[in-house]
Design a protein around this ligand. Structure first.
Ligand SMILES: C[S@@+](CC[C@H](N)C(=O)[O-])C[C@H]1O[C@@H](n2cnc3c(N)ncnc32)[C@H](O)[C@@H]1O
Length: 222
């Protein structure tokens, strides 16, 4: 008689999949149109990530690949961009973009970041508009194991402004609600990440309703 068992990790994965935002299922095709206006923020976050030609960068929660082209511009044709994306629908749009652009050095690993098998040791990692991933210590730990010591890290997205900025926060809620599973941690979205990186710098944008955080993977003691 065959016996099936479900591990704790499986249960967590099923929970995560069940909780996946409809924005990433039914609306994967309209995601670019709905969030295209934020391309200048994406550009600012990517500008804060010091990667150079020939290097390999992880685009964690790569979605439809809106950051991939900007990252590719930085690493050039000799470098590489590896997206990590759990939504098959979002990953499919990204793959179409990659094929359409003929980017041979851009790939997408379709998997939750928590257990993604990342086939490289990367020089940098980008976390752009991925609040849910930043709230997952397991995802962050898995990504960090695939970064070389001293690898650069940049994260950016939405956050709560000061409490008294009620209008700004109302707008932030409306803007981000379709794209976050929970607003838990939205006052300081990088709180888990900052425990795993060094030289942490935080810059607030948009009256405090946005941020860019940079840092680097720990270096071994010399
Ligand atoms: C708001 S979108 C951002 C996409 C892209 N970075 C951008 O700038 O447009 C968040 C993406 O993170 C993905 N995501 C959320 N949780 C994830 C996880 N645990 N592992 C991998 N991808 C995840 C979602 O499927 C979605 O495509």
């Amino acid at each position: 008689m065959s016996k099936t068992s479900t591990s704790g990790a499986d249960v967590h994965r099923l929970d995560r999949q069940a909780a996946r935002q409809p924005a990433y299922r039914e609306h994967a095709c309209s995601y670019d149109q709905r969030t295209g206006a934020f391309q200048s923020y994406r550009r600012a976050i990517i500008e804060a990530l010091p990667v150079s030609r020939g290097q390999v960068v992880l685009d964690v929660g790569s979605g439809t690949g809106l950051c991939c082209g900007l990252l590719r511009e930085k690493v050039g044709a000799q470098g590489g961009v590896v997206g990590i994306e759990e939504s098959p629908e979002m990953a499919a749009v990204a793959r179409e973009r990659i094929a359409g652009e003929g980017w041979r050095n851009v790939t997408v690993v379709e998997s939750p970041a928590e257990d993604a098998e990342i086939p490289v040791t990367a020089d940098a990692a980008l976390f752009c508009a991925v609040h849910d991933i930043l709230q997952s210590p397991d995802a962050l730990r898995n990504v960090m194991t695939k970064l070389r010591p001293g690898a650069r890290v940049a994260a950016g997205g939405g956050k709560w402004a000061a409490r008294w900025m009620v209008g700004v926060n109302l707008q932030a809620r409306m803007l981000h609600a379709p794209y976050v599973r929970s607003f838990e941690g939205f006052d300081r979205p990088w709180s888990h990440l900052e425990q795993l990186i060094e030289d942490v710098h935080v810059r607030e944008l948009a009256l405090g309703s946005g941020y860019i955080v940079t840092g680097q993977a720990p270096q071994p003691p010399s």
